[in-house]
Design a binder for this molecule. Sequence first.
Ligand SMILES: Nc1ncnc2c1ncn2[C@@H]1O[C@H](COP(=O)(O)OP(=O)(O)OP(=O)(O)O)[C@@H](O)[C@H]1O
Ligand SMILES: [Mg+2]
Length: 326
Amino acid sequence: MTGSPLIEVEDLRIDLNHGSSRVAAVEGVSFRIDRGETFGLVGESGCGKSITALALIGLLRPPLSISGGTIRFDGREIQSLSAARQRALRGNRIAMIFQEPMTALNPVSPVGRQIAEMFVLHKGKSWREADQLAVEALASVRVPAPERRVKDYPHQLSGGMRQRVMIAIALACGPDLLIADEPTTALDVTVQAEIIELMRNLCAERGTAVLMISHDLGLVANVCRRVAVMYAGRIVEERGSADIFRAPSHPYTQGLVNSLPRLGSRAALGRTRLTEIAGVVPAITDFPAGCRFNPRCAHATEICRTAAPETTWLGAGGLVRCHHHA
Ligand SMILES: Nc1ncnc2c1ncn2[C@@H]1O[C@H](COP(=O)(O)OP(=O)(O)OP(=O)(O)O)[C@@H](O)[C@H]1O
Ligand SMILES: [Mg+2]
């Protein structure tokens, strides 16, 4: 049942360098994404999702740095590659789209040029060929009248259209992995659904693996085959999408599932979803001892306050890290 691994993260640790002291913002994070697989990373704001993604593409910058573990892409350790090699990997074989396309797009360059640039930089095309390919790329993300739209500047497009342009740029070189970090949070609900559907279809057609990052477990489980739940810099549960809904094992995952609005309810109409777990994610410098979720957990006992839970393997390759897992 297992495919061939595309990216393998093993025991990743990311430090925040704090003057003379260092604290682990992310610790003991391991996961694997196979070719063509869809994998989700969920958790509340501040859990470490984005910095984990940045580590994967070699874009962490001080005060953050990788201080332990390995990341292998297609069998090769990313940290061992030169800066130039890492750059070539980005955009070409690993692409990333972010929450706010306005900050990722160049405001003074027509969008078609920005897509074309990918073909020139990574595929050695002439600008003439690349401009033509940009029209096709824009058509593939269902932007109407692409031959006219290529001349538009980012500010002339709606948020949804801009995110389509970002997807066109990201997929231009046929990457093996697309990392989508909260790609639709800035959009309204109906546009969100369209963009997710588009991304999912294009990646499925092309066999592109997806790492989808969101605070919305419903969205991620809907798109991804497997889901990892992150809390305070650690993965607390990893399951198949159906299992995570049917039988969430970690109290934090249970909280996420229970706070999802029921279908058709008033809250389902695009309201914030995670308010029902009492308390907040601790700051990096304030992680509690033992299980980091213990101050917010209704099941916490003495051991939860003193010992970090070991990994318990569940069926179908799932895992949970909790002293009192279901
Ligand atoms: N450049 C930085 N300097 C200091 N701390 C940082 C920096 N970038 C991130 N952090 C901290 O690292 C932790 C993880 O941040 P990260 O952005 O990965 O969270 P996230 O899970 O992506 O949250 P969100 O859902 O809000 O995007 C947070 O506590 C954040 O404050
Ligand atoms: Mg983030």
